[in-house]
Design a protein around this ligand. Structure first.
Ligand code: HEM
Length: 505
């Protein structure tokens, strides 16, 4: 063997051993601190199947939650980074609400060369705090009531589409149906633009939406790494894969703002509120914030992009999974239809107050979000050394925090027979029996989902609109149980959800 090959083999062997020893030492971190840990494997720690795209992030975290049964928290390794997987509802409350000051960031890497990433979900520290304060007034229930008519019009279109599907008699793909409806809602209440996705399946916004969430090999790997290993993502300067969608959004926003400003056009949508934040630093009627910072055009694009991607995919999953469950449980479907019919008759139509009156619809939606939380893992970053109350453990600054929603929502000690779809779990009596920190589909605390009410409302209107005109039934190929795409950070089913629609008698 030539000497340079011998040297090369030696160098590679020494480097591999050194790397292994380095990882091995890293993987003793929790043991050294006296915290029980789940056995990691080289080189991806406890998240190998998620890094490799074999099992979804949500399911890997759920498995870790299940393995740690009986422990209030357990140490894990997200690649090499020590993270604490928290199971105890009291500690979850501390992290998310009571001691939020020590955990205000998500600890997800932000690729800030991409302007549309500089949005609420990814922002950190003071920048996040100021942006959140500016945007919060745009999401109050008063503003939602204001936008209701637009959502209801999209709902009317959805029930017309459902009736046409009933006439055709062929199974329809409800994920696509739901995505076209939620895209229409988000684009019209967001930007005052008719996206026309329900009438035209090839509409431009639908295509961009598909592109963002089609988990291609490279972009989905990059996206997973942002959550799983922020340091490695930073080192590799990982991209989210949003570049062309981002260019489309930046141009769309710049054109819309220029058009409205030069023609003095005002509309009752999110964009109009963003324009106020750009020109005044606060919304009309609000007290100017202490920072007096105005949003830039790039900030507007970033928040509009966030509104679009956070707004349509989460509600698409919710609406389509609710339809799947109701198709398999005709009694629940009938009960819900009776409630919808009665509320619509009482209020003279599907108005905001009619939806607010639908108690059972609220329970159906809550149970759907228990079984199918679209964002199944909550992340926080420990921002300062933090002593866990009633323990000898002090978390070091920089430690990750992981809360598994699938773990909590499918824990049989909390939700008995967890695979069963049962809206009664969300009656007032049942809710009063458990801690609110075991059910967190929208997160909690100051970083709770800012669009929660909009997400709930558009899902409810969509369900009510369909069920007021049609019954949904399983088709021969309808899955009993969904499986999740291993490449997704969000829950994305591996198969479609085909259902049959029948016009109600
Ligand atoms: C069923 C629908 C939805 C679900 C299940 C959902 C779920 C979530 C969850 C779990 C979080 C993380 C919360 C935390 O870490 O505590 C989140 C954050 C967020 N969501 Fe939603 N979401 C939904 C709809 C929406 C809608 C309609 C919008 C906007 C139009 C939206 C915008 C956001 C934003 C901007 C954040 C980041 C908030 C921050 O970091 O301050 N979401 N969402």
């Amino acid at each position: 063997m030539p000497p340079f090959v011998v040297h090369l083999v030696l160098a590679v062997s020494v480097a591999t051993v050194a790397l292994y020893v380095w990882f091995w030492r890293g993987y003793q971190y929790w043991k050294r601190r006296g915290v029980p840990q789940l056995q990691p494997t080289f080189p991806f720690g406890n998240f190998g199947p998620a890094v490799l795209g074999q099992t979804s992030y949500g399911e890997v975290a759920q498995e870790l939650y299940n393995k740690a049964k009986g422990e209030p928290f357990v140490g894990v390794y997200s690649v090499l980074r020590p993270a604490l997987l928290v199971r105890d509802p009291q500690l979850i409350r501390r992290v998310m609400v009571a001691d939020f000051g020590a955990f205000h960031d998500r600890g997800v890497y932000l690729d800030d060369e991409e302007p549309v990433n500089r949005q609420l979900f990814f922002l950190r520290g003071q920048e996040w705090k100021l942006r959140r304060a500016k945007l919060t007034p745009a999401f109050t229930s008063g503003r939602l009531r204001f936008m209701f008519q637009t959502i209801a019009e999209c709902g009317d279109e959805l029930s017309a589409v459902a009736e046409r599907l009933a006439l055709s008699g062929a199974p329809a793909e409800v994920r696509d149906l739901a995505a076209r409806y939620t895209t229409d809602v988000v684009v019209s209440v967001g930007f005052g633009v008719e996206s026309d996705c329900q009438r035209n399946p090839d509409a431009v916004f639908r295509n961009w939406g598909k592109k963002v969430f089609a988990p291609g090999l490279k972009s989905s790997f990059g996206f997973r790494l942002l959550f799983l290993s922020p340091k490695l993502s930073e080192f590799l300067r990982v991209k989210c894969g949003f570049t062309d969608v981002s260019s489309f959004f930046r141009k769309m926003i710049a054109d819309t703002v220029a058009y409205r400003e030069s023609n003095n056009v005002t509309r009752k949508d999110f964009m109009q509120l963003l324009i106020q934040l750009k020109n005044q630093g606060c919304l009309d009627g609000e007290r100017p914030p202490p920072d007096a910072v105005k949003l830039s055009l790039n900030d507007l694009s970033a928040e509009s992009f966030a509104f679009f991607i956070a707004g349509f995919e989460t509600s698409t999953t919710t609406l389509s999974c609710a339809l799947l469950e109701l198709a398999w449980q005709p009694d629940m479907q009938r009960r819900l239809q009776q409630e919808v019919d009665a509320a619509v008759a009482r209020h003279g139509g599907l108005c905001y107050d009619a939806v607010a009156d639908m108690r059972y619809l609220d329970q159906v939606l809550a149970e759907t979000l228990r079984k199918y939380p679209p964002l199944p893992v909550l992340n926080r970053d420990c921002m300062e050394d933090y002593k866990i109350p009633d323990s000898d453990v002090t978390l070091e600054k920089g430690t990750g925090i992981i809360i598994s929603l699938l773990g909590l929502h499918y824990d049989p000690d909390i939700f008995p027979d967890p695979d069963r779809f049962d809206p009664e779990r969300f009656s007032e009596q049942e809710k009063a029996k458990r801690s609110p920190y075991v059910y967190l589909p929208f997160g909690d605390g100051p970083r709770i989902c800012i669009g929660m009410r909009l997400g709930q409302l558009q899902s409810k209107v969509g369900l009510a609109a369909i069920l007021s005109r049609c019954d949904v039934r399983p088709a021969p190929q309808t899955p009993r149980r969904l499986r999740w795409n291993g490449r997704g950070v969000l829950l994305l089913p591996t198969t479609g959800i085909p259902l049959l629609f029948q016009k109600r008698q």
